[in-house]
Design a protein around this ligand. Structure first.
Ligand code: BG6
Length: 484
């Protein structure tokens, strides 16, 4: 069946930087379903030709040497533009007419992608309902919704209710691009396609887990959005909790959307809620020096650009194992990594063996940019008595597999076109994630505890974060991955 991919908010940054480059790459690899049309909808007036020329330029910039003018010309034949205002009902009717025209009355599967500013999501969904565009009389209809999905639990619930007035849950694809990353999906494979990890993946062998998403960049041109969001809404509610779910979930009964998402949600439901005093003790917040002087940020802004949060998962597998989540802008380097720190051996036989817990076995999953996995363990130094040293087994995607790792959006857009929602967030999942973040945000808002620590750009966040870990006899794994 032919497919139509309609992008609302088409003149925006996301379309140019991510969506169209991903669709183009899929087309180039022959993965886009045959007869897939792409329609942009936004207020700016463009002719089809101007729109195509505009996209050619931005896509060439994004995909670099993957850009082939001949392939683009073929791809662009199926790219259209329809100007319209999301606030105007009649413009949705005219869009409906336009889509019927290019689909030539044949049944077509349609995906509506909401890439507008989030405040337009509800309105766009209402208009899709009112204009009949959501009705499945001429083929299936799906909607993809970008993050942020709400700004707290109450607004996420309201948005879910509005969505469910028009679309069934199985038609809704809430994007978290972290789930489209190869290395995040590989975590499922590492855990559930091997026998050696799962038996020790629990409280009996693991001391704690660290999940870090560090970014070197500052907020830059996104400051006005960022200052209303901060690191908890921007990174924790979605990406970090997704990584937590995949790391901590039980094995789903099968690899399909319902089973996978059932198990993921159970993790969030088992997270012990932080509130009041506990938020003071178990969270660290920071702001990089210079943030408040960024254009569009208030001089007295108290927005956190860094956070570290300790979470407990109250279930059989994870009782007593802390999960440390941390993320920040203006950090030492760009790295997303999950560190599984195993316990110390119960008895150290070798007097010259390691004395500290950090030298125990450690599995490091490098999500990006040096995609790979390292397993650290003790080895006897040759010809040196029984002296030991930590060494590692080092798996690197770049060494092992040829070809570039695809962009997260490629996988996700293809899954949505094919109707596989395994890598998308379900309504209850986003609500459960907000239920974890809301009390932290409320407590931070209420007073000055924990303190908002200033940190120097280019470090691993505030020094208090390092001290906080040391007070718990633990240490952050602060190592920038080596790219080769
Ligand atoms: C986005 C956040 O969701 O993820 C950004 O809004 C952040 O602030 C980005 O920079 C990080 O994504 P990635 O794929 O570069 O790790």
């Amino acid at each position: 069946m032919p497919h139509t991919f309609v992008i609302f908010g088409a003149s925006g940054d996301l379309t140019h930087r991510k969506l169209v480059p991903a669709l183009y790459r899929l087309f180039r690899k022959g993965r886009l379903p045959a007869e897939t049309r792409i329609v942009g909808f936004s207020r700016t007036e463009f002719s089809h030709g101007d729109w195509r020329a505009n996209l050619a330029e931005s896509t060439a910039r994004q995909v670099g040497e993957d850009f082939d003018a001949g392939v683009w010309a073929k791809f662009a034949e199926s790219v259209y533009y329809h100007p319209g205002d999301i606030g105007e009902a009649k413009e949705f009717e005219s869009l409906a007419g336009f889509l019927r025209g290019i689909e030539r009355a044949a049944a077509s599967m349609r995906v509506y992608y909401l890439a507008t500013a989030p405040r337009f999501y509800e309105l766009a969904i209402e208009q899709l309902g009112r204009s009949g565009l959501a009705a499945e009389n001429g083929g299936r209809r799906r909607v993809i919704i970008e993050k942020p999905f709400g700004t707290d639990l109450a607004s996420a619930r309201r948005l879910n209710e509005s969505v469910h007035k028009v679309f069934r849950e199985d038609q809704v694809y809430r994007i978290d691009h972290y789930l489209g990353k190869e290395t995040v999906q590989n975590l499922l494979v590492l855990r559930f396609a091997n026998t050696i990890f799962e038996p020790i993946w629990n409280r009996n062998f693991i001391d704690h887990v660290q999940i870090t998403v560090a970014e070197e960049v500052e907020v830059g041109s996104r400051a006005s959005y960022y200052d209303t969001a901060g690191v908890i809404r921007d990174m924790f509610q979605n990406h970090l909790l997704q990584l937590l779910m995949i790391t901590a979930m039980e094995a789903p009964v099968r690899y399909e959307a319902k089973s996978v998402r059932d198990e993921k949600v159970k993790v969030l439901q088992a997270v012990r809620p932080l509130a009041g005093e506990q938020v003071h003790a178990d969270t660290i917040r920071g702001q990089y020096r210079g943030y408040a002087q960024t254009p569009d940020v208030a001089d007295d802004s108290r927005t956190a650009t860094f956070a570290a949060v300790k979470l407990w998962i109250d279930n059989w597998r994870w009782q007593g194992v802390p999960f440390y989540l941390r993320s920040g802008k203006a950090m030492s380097c760009r790295t997303t990594q999950i560190v599984v720190q195993f316990q110390e051996p119960p008895h150290m036989l070798f007097p010259e063996g390691p004395r500290s817990a950090v030298e125990s076995n450690r599995l490091v999953i490098q999500v990006q940019p040096a995609e790979g996995i390292q397993l650290h363990f003790q080895t006897k130094v040759p010809d040196a008595g029984m002296r030991l040293r930590q060494t590692d087994l080092d798996f690197r995607y770049q060494r092992e597999f040829r070809g570039a790792i695809p962009e997260a959006y490629e996988r996700l857009l293809l899954d949505a076109l094919e109707g596989d929602a395994s890598l998308f967030a379900r309504a209850d999942e986003v609500e459960a994630a907000w239920a974890i973040c809301d009390p932290i945000l409320e407590e931070w808002q209420r007073g000055d505890q924990p303190k908002l620590h200033l940190y120097e750009p280019g470090l691993w966040g505030p020094t208090e974060s390092t001290g906080w870990m040391l007070d718990q006899n633990r240490q952050w794994f602060d190592i920038c991955p080596v790219l080769h």
